[in-house]
Write a protein of this length. Sequence first.
Lengths: 501, 326
Amino acid sequence: MDFLNNLGLGFEAALSLNNLTFCFIGVLVGTAIGILPGLGPLATIAMLLPLTYSLEPVTGLIMISGIYYGAQYGGSTTAILVNLPGESSSVVSCLDGHQMARKGRAGAALAIAALGSFFAGTIATMLIAAFSPILAEVAFLFGPVEYFAMMVLGLTAATLLAHGSFIKGVAMVLTGLILGLVGADVNSGTYRFTFGSFSLTEGIEFVAVAMGLFAFTDIVTNIRGDQAREVTTPSLRNLWLNRREATEAAFPVIRGTAIGSVLGLLPGGGAMISSFASYAIEKRLAKRPQEFGHGAIAGLAGPEAANNAGAQTSFIPMLTLGIPSNGVMALMIGALMVHNIAPGPYVMVSNPEVFWGLIASMWIGNAMLVILNLPLIPLWVRLIQVHYWILYPIILTVCCVGLFSIENSLLPIYFAAGFTLVGCLFWRFRAEAAPLLLGFILGPLMEEHFRRALLLSNGDLAIFYQSPLSIVMLSIAAVMCLVIVLPQIRRGRSVAFTEDA
Amino acid sequence: MVQIIRRLTLAAAVAVASALSTTGAVAQNAPYPTKPIKLIIPYAPGGGTDAVAAVFSDKMAKKFGQPVVKENHAGSNSVIGTTLLADSAPDGHTLLVVTGAIANNPFLYAKLPYKTPESFVPVSILTAYPFVLGIRSGLPFKNMQELIDYAKANPGKLTAGTPGRGAGAQLALGLLNKSAGIQIREIPFKGAGDSLNNVAGGFVDMVFSGYETVRPFAESGKMKAFAHTGTGLLGSEKIPAIGDTVPDFEYQNWLALIAPAGTPAAVTDKLNRTLKEIFAEQDTKDRLAGQNIMGIASSSAEARNYLAKEMATSKTIIESIGLKPE
């Protein structure tokens, strides 16, 4: 029983008082920055990294990873309570989580998010412990062709995400695609839609778009409504999940965990894509898809589990191969190198206490987050009862500070203001903003991988049906399109999806 | 109430952070630095530039008795971070770690928001290091000569990933194509990490990258590292130089510390002296040697000449491979 021995070694390292303390500091700081919009884990970890140089390597890594997954927890809290996606992966949590909060189920929504994430974290940690070396290879199955196919699948699913008109969903995805094109083209370095401004060469800042379209638009439309907020005051007795809610959340959490665990292995935003994927799947599977967007429990539970599982399994390529799947993992590799531990397949052999200690600490950290967050729910829930005139200026100020800190410039704030106007327009049109955001993120990636695949094949389109993975994903996307486009089936869909008509 | 708790949490985090970062600092009586030094890294966190900066920034903070705060401002082949430096006050409290990209960019960008080298005062060259050529496993060659023969027999078949326009790896590839008379097609990526993963996955044939980034793949058998762009044998693996097979081929990447134009000589001199002391320490040498990087602490004048020389070299390579400013 190598596996148990290894875990034993890991828990021995992770349960030392010192490591427990730093694990706690990590998840605490992580929760705090996750709750504060605009402050991301990457910036925070980059700032705190030098502190870890004086710690034992395993202690330093435990703290950094605590910040990372703590931020995923904290991000959900803000998304649910004030409709503010603090992280790109919590965009989806806004859709139904915030609606639940408005209906007086904020406590239940927060509990689902916390418990779902804990379940996903536990399973993903076990997966890491048991299958790291095998799972790491999955990342290498994805080349430009496979990524392109996955993006096509993602964008097709995004049109299913939109509730309301199908045409509006497509229009929003395409608008997102165009906005995503701004900036330098990867292949040629040519600038597109920058209008000669150097600040636009890196594209429009994602956080600014998300804040403008979601949080700020929400604030404006609420004030414009000039009415008492349509939030049912949650009674403190009613905070916990009831039996029905717990049952409804169970399967989405399990499915979300599975999706997140697989997609988290892929480099580049696996956690975020997995939350979108989980939402689309839950909506397909739901008995009452019309509830989605109006506080469907499955629409919160699935994505929350998915993004947390994804955040955990993204450690696998880093730990086993020394390959960072996102910015935070790159920083952790940097931290290892400072301690003269060469990241790669040999860390497991040369420094088992680091490898297994970190894995054990992830489970401990997840448990700490639940213990930390559940008692705070009554406190958080009261936040949405705070009056507009206190809450909104605070949200706006914190957001603007966050926007400014991205590049130390005012430009993202102007962009957020601009997108607030656009967001209000969409609100009047009853067009959902989430597909736009997905198009904004996936569109440029899809183009990048498409053109790279063609560069590799010297312009031969055959490359797309030479890979089995790509064939499977493109076929699923094609079937989805057929389902939507075929007239008689579409009539069926519009019956099932009628909400706003 | 909630706000207060939030603020307290954040305040506590900040307090812990500042307390820890100044621990062990030795105050010195000097007019510079009078406040924390901001060290701009024009690349995403976690890259090779960060790793080298970490080697000297902590020690610099201890010697100066002021924290050295790293800030990553990635984008546009380092132009974004470099622009920030050019707009900073020339008092030595804002510094920038640059790579060879700064010498390439004037010939790649038609409208740079600053002038090279007029907008800057080079403080010191920090390091110089060659790229290692990582080849995906499964290709039928084991050394440079066989690679060239294969490329000549199959023109346009081999591909190489680069981290994007204007990166050192792109120039190294162009130079290899030119001097060996072969045609390896360039596949641009967003950053070195992406290009490495695609070579390891077998989608792209080869990549020029730092030793430390190729090593894990070579150890796990996903890549072969049989050549590097410097001179002599590299590291404990004794990797041979491409120059042994292709005469006159050499490409060195380098890092330098620069300050905004107008920074007083007294400040750059003090920085220089401190860097020399740090690079003379044995553990600094050991850490850099572990990554096969050569530490260099030069004078400001040497750094200026080095930059001028590198700009001339870059210009020749960029023009010879047919890139034009946009």
